[in-house]
Design a protein around this ligand. Structure first.
Ligand SMILES: [Zn+2]
Length: 351
């Protein structure tokens, strides 16, 4: 299977990819290919004891029996016979009549982005890590380099695309989330799909990629130059230190400043036991983690990303480095650095 993926990258010359851009492209392709929520609109957000108005009376116990005090409920609706339609864009995701908890101010555009990905990243941590693993391991090492610049200005250059480990910590999330997707089936009948995250407040495995080789690693976290890359941060309510919808930060910054905003590590990574037990664990690659039904999803996403990277290296594709859209009208926004943004208000505002 890896051999097949390698053939998708047909560019023969040398090219350097920016990890930040790769994140935007992976997230965009995930948006387009993940079918679980692709036609769902957010109808209601509930918090704590707020009652839900969108679940049918007979289904209300789904929410009320969920006892954690720090709970958030999202009710999404899909219209009947809507399944084969193209995915909704983020701007269409929030129903104009969406109900918020009492007293809650209208959502800012940043809050909307965080909520959108908090819902859509459900159960996606290992999926996206495995996609990245397959993509990076398929790029030709002799002709491809990675460049990383964190929000705090820490830079790694000339990195081999396979210079990463898979890392895991055990996390107790700060909050739990119940997402219900309501879909009419026949006249008078509905299906409700429930997705629970962090429901029992037990430790969950949290997975990310750790970039950098032995030349930048150091036993002293303050000097360790390796960079961790977590694409699903909003699932724990976290964002990058520069406000990104993912985290790409030095190891110490991630563990000390990002992770605590989403929950509690069960064993601190400074604890020597972490290397051998629960807590901070490094592994070579994800193997046999995926459920069989996820394998085609992971392959499809890796294929989409590799084809795009090949076209980008060939100079055949322009893309927005914020939202990852391809071939949209883009503008070069910094003369000193190749940085492209599409002309949507949101993406230009970020630039
Ligand atoms: Zn854009």
């Amino acid at each position: 299977m890896q051999a097949d993926l390698k053939n998708l990258y047909s560019f023969q010359g040398h090219f350097t990819f920016d990890l930040h851009d790769l994140a935007a492209i992976v997230l965009r392709e995930r948006q387009l290919s993940d079918r679980r929520f692709n036609r769902a609109r957010l109808l209601e957000i509930c918090e704590g004891e707020t009652a839900t108005a969108k679940l049918p009376v007979t289904a209300q116990p789904i929410w009320t029996s969920f006892k954690q005090s720090n709970k958030t409920g999202f009710c999404l609706g899909v219209e009947m016979n809507d399944a084969g339609e193209p995915p909704l864009e983020m701007t269409e995701f929030f129903d104009p009549e969406m109900r918020l908890p009492p007293g809650r101010a209208p959502l800012t555009s940043r809050e909307k982005e965080m909520i959108y990905w908090r819902i859509r990243h459900h159960d996606s941590g290992y999926v996206l890590c495995e996609v990245l693993q397959q993509v990076l391991d398929s790029l030709p090492k002799d002709r491809t380099k990675l460049r990383i610049r964190t929000s705090q200005g820490h830079t790694l250059t000339e990195l081999s695309p396979d210079a990463f480990h898979i890392a895991e910590v055990a996390m107790v999330p700060k909050f739990c989330t119940l997402t219900c997707v309501i879909q009419p089936r026949l006249e008078g009948y509905i299906d409700i799909k429930e997705h629970v995250f962090g429901g029992d407040l037990q430790p969950i495995p949290w997975v990310y990629l750790l970039f950098g080789d032995s030349s930048v690693a150091d036993e002293d976290p303050a000097k360790d130059g390796r960079v961790m890359f977590d694409l699903v941060s909003p699932l724990l309510g976290m964002q990058g230190l520069g406000g990104e919808l993912f985290s790409m930060e030095r190891l110490a910054d991630y563990h000390d400043r990002v992770l605590p905003t989403g929950g509690q590590e069960v064993i601190n990574y400074n604890d020597p036991r972490s290397a051998a037990h629960e807590g901070y664990i490094l592994s070579g690659r994800i193997q046999h983690v995926s459920s069989p039904e996820l394998i085609p999803i992971i392959q499809d996403l890796a294929t989409r990303v590799l084809k795009r990277l090949s076209r980008i290296a060939e100079g055949e594709e322009s893309y927005c480095s914020y939202c990852g859209r391809r071939d949209s009208a883009v503008l070069k926004v910094q003369e000193t650095k190749v940085l492209w943004r599409c002309l949507s208000d949101k993406c230009m505002e970020i630039s």
